[in-house]
Design a protein around this ligand. Structure first.
Ligand code: CUA
Length: 315
């Protein structure tokens, strides 16, 4: 099957599972199509109108038959449901040790950033045999990150974060497509994913990039944080007008509404863009909005910086 030119190679841990489900669905469809079309032809010939033969039938209901042809499709539908749901759950739950990579889609390119500092455009280098988790958003319209060889596709949506994870199994270069029509040069929004042996990947990762390009996002985020004067209110010791950010990421936060939420990427982003949307209990709505003042990449850098702040007050 991998010889078929229209069928991309299987290069991730989920590719085989997705293909197996696809072939099961295809098999079921082909079986019933042939069965029904075949019976139509057989009955057409066998019960055609002929002189001297009267086929006006006597019909009897059969509860057993009704039950059977209700139960069989139900059973098939349930097999498809649980099978697909289990693959869906696998695809949507990233392992905790996945390598985090930030992705911003914009007309018409993919911008990617490794936490060690390397930045890439329309290219993603990853090691094989290790889970990788992409956190994605868009600077403008909806794009979709599609790697056929991994059998994975995920929308990058402006104003929110979506995630996608995979583990490459075979070193090589794979197509990366934008799979959501996003404007004039949508068809040119393509690139490649380079899966490398872990040692090659480490060498690539530590290779030099010119200038600012290799600053880790947490460090770049700290520079943005300083430049915007965020530290005036968000003091590490909690004495400022805004809550301390030290050790915040991943913790539960109590809001003025009494609601409790977990401080994840989406929450931190919203608190930068719409500070009043989820106000932390005990604080005044004094923070200005940074909507339109920060690129999505800068917001991701700020989040990387907030993530790096440990509870001891490491700022
Ligand atoms: Cu981006 Cu289509």
């Amino acid at each position: 099957m991998t010889r078929l030119p229209l069928f991309p190679e299987q290069a991730s841990t989920v590719a085989g599972q997705v293909d197996a489900l696809l072939f099961f669905l295809l098999g079921i469809s082909v079986f019933f199509t042939l069965l029904i079309a075949g019976l139509i032809v057989v009955f057409m010939v066998r019960y055609r109108r002929r002189p001297g033969v009267d086929y006006v039938p006597e019909t009897h209901g059969s509860l057993a038959l009704e039950g059977l042809w209700t139960a069989i499709p139900f059973g098939i539908a349930m097999v498809i449901f649980f099978w697909a749901a289990s693959i869906f759950a696998t695809i949507h739950r990233a392992p905790d040790d996945a390598i985090p990579i930030d992705v911003v889609g914009k007309q018409w390119m993919w911008k990617l950033q490794h936490m060690e500092g390397k930045r890439e455009i329309n290219e993603l280098h990853i090691p094989v045999g290790r889970p990788v988790k992409l956190t994605m958003t868009s600077e403008d319209v909806i794009h979709s990150f599609y790697v056929p060889a991994f059998r994975l596709k995920q929308d990058a949506v402006p104003g929110r974060y979506s995630t996608m994870w995979f583990q490459a199994t075979v070193p090589g270069e794979y197509h990366l497509f934008c799979a959501e029509y996003c404007g004039t040069l949508h068809s040119g929004m393509i690139g490649r994913v380079v899966a490398m042996e872990p040692s090659d990947f480490e060498a690539w990762l530590s290779g030099q990039q010119p200038g600012e390009a290799s600053v880790p996002p947490a460090v770049a985020g700290e520079n943005v944080f300083r430049a915007l004067g965020c530290g005036t209110c968000h003091r590490a010791d909690g004495s400022g007008q805004g809550p301390s950010l030290a050790g915040l990421f991943g913790k539960s936060v109590t809001l003025t509404s009494g609601e409790t939420i977990v401080a994840d990427e989406g929450y931190v982003r919203e608190s930068i863009i719409h500070p009043q949307a989820k106000l932390v209990a005990g604080y005044q709505p004094v923070m200005p909005t940074f909507q339109g003042l920060l690129s999505e990449e800068d917001v991701m850098r700020l989040i990387a910086y907030v993530k790096s702040l440990k509870a001891e007050g490491g700022s």
